[in-house]
Design a protein around this ligand. Structure first.
Ligand code: M3L
Ligand code: AKG
Length: 353
């Protein structure tokens, strides 16, 4: 019994495109003015050619002028009850610069040509600076292998309290987010109980398998998952354009021998590749790979393909956030020129070890 959940727990990309507009190049414009120094908040500001440099606590932060105008939180520019932008970004003059820049009571205050005033708290700027974000992780993880996971001795949640107590769900989610796996014990072996426990975590995503499915080794669908063949490490639904982020498995009935579940921390394996062979890591993170699922059984006619790199990495902080690794479902590699392709095959075999 398994279900797939929407990846709503994974935080979304945060304003990446806008932040990447902040450039680190040396200013050509040399009239650097010390605009304000306030002993209360200890911030100094320098106006550079296309950005303001703000020194507040840690390392200097740079904010592009267009970014500053675009991120104005005044009522005219931003609706703080819906957290949505009112301003039409396309209307901003790309050569915009403030006429006046001051620091007052822990806030940066800019007056733009035409008189519009923007005010940003220094702590908000620090929190949202590119400098801070490139040093932070979106999702902190504890990487594990069989030994370290066993030693960590992570407690399982218990069905009764999981269904009635939010703190139990919270602990479960904390473990899930840190390790990528988590367990609930004592769930009654029924589809209904499995659905109920799943819905404590999230909405259930509709897929070609349905929302919930029961499967056994009857080859009812054209895939090795429905056979008695052992399945080595892989991620499922690599052929979806957005692979499922959480899968829930519940063994309802077991007869005979075998059928053990193998769980592998792909992030741990990929970090080893990053350390031991940065060029292979780079290839796995750059070369798009096609995966596919073709089934033509009596009741199911599907052909799905999804394309993306094996390792998906946020470019601003090098953090991995998604792995598409399924050697069974990997399609023909025809998305890269011959040389990277042969290195790619070497890269994946290194990742195997
Ligand atoms: C049975 N269940 C629906 C869980 C998985 C079926 C998916 C099989 C496919 N090869 C994949 O890896 O995505
Ligand atoms: O049953 C399991 O332990 C894993 C099943 C699986 O990996 C799959 O169906 O793709």
């Amino acid at each position: 019994m398994s279900v797939m959940l929407n990846r709503i727990l994974r935080p979304a990309l945060k304003q990446a495109q806008l932040l990447s507009a902040v450039k680190n190049k040396q200013p050509l414009w040399r009239h650097e003015t010390l605009v304000s120094a306030s002993s209360a908040c200890d911030a100094t500001i320098r106006s550079l050619e296309d950005c303001l440099e703000v020194n507040y606590g840690g390392a200097p932060m740079r904010f592009n002028y267009v970014w500053l105008r675009d991120h104005c939180r005044s009522d005219a520019s931003y609706n703080s009850s819906t957290n949505q932008r009112n301003l039409d970004t396309a209307s901003i003059d790309l050569s915009i610069r403030p006429d006046n820049t001051t620091v007052q009571d822990g806030h940066l205050v800019l007056i733009w040509p035409g008189g519009h005033v923007s005010k940003y708290s220094l702590s908000w700027l620090a929190e949202n600076s590119y400098e801070k974000n490139k040093q932070s992780t979106i999702q902190p993880r504890i990487l594990w292998n069989s030994d370290t996971y066993k030693k960590a001795n992570i407690p399982s949640a218990k069905w009764e309290s999981f269904m009635s107590c939010d703190d139990e769900v919270k602990n479960f989610l904390q473990n899930y987010l840190l390790y990528g796996i988590a367990f609930v014990d004592d769930v009654p072996a029924t589809v209904e109980a499995t659905e109920a426990v799943t819905q404590r975590v999230s909405l259930i995503r509709e897929t070609t398998y349905g929302r919930m499915w029961c499967f056994t080794s009857d080859f009812s669908r054209g895939d090795s998952a429905y056979s008695q063949l052992g399945l080595d490490r892989h991620t499922d639904t690599s052929y979806f354009q957005e692979p499922c982020g959480i899968q829930v498995f519940h063994c309802l009935k077991h007869e005979g021998t075998g059928g053990r579940t193998l769980l592998v921390d792909g992030f741990y394996a990929a970090e080893k590749v990053r350390q031991q062979s940065p060029e292979n890591f780079e290839l796995l993170a750059k070369v798009p790979i096609r995966h596919e699922y073709i089934e033509k059984s009596e009741n199911h006619h599907n052909h799905m393909t999804g394309i993306g790199p094996v390792l998906n990495v946020y470019p601003w902080n090098d953090e991995m956030y998604l792995i598409r690794y399924n050697n069974y479902d990997r399609s023909v590699i025809n998305t890269s020129a011959p040389r990277p392709c042969s290195t790619m095959v070497r890269g994946t075999s290194r990742a195997d070890k």
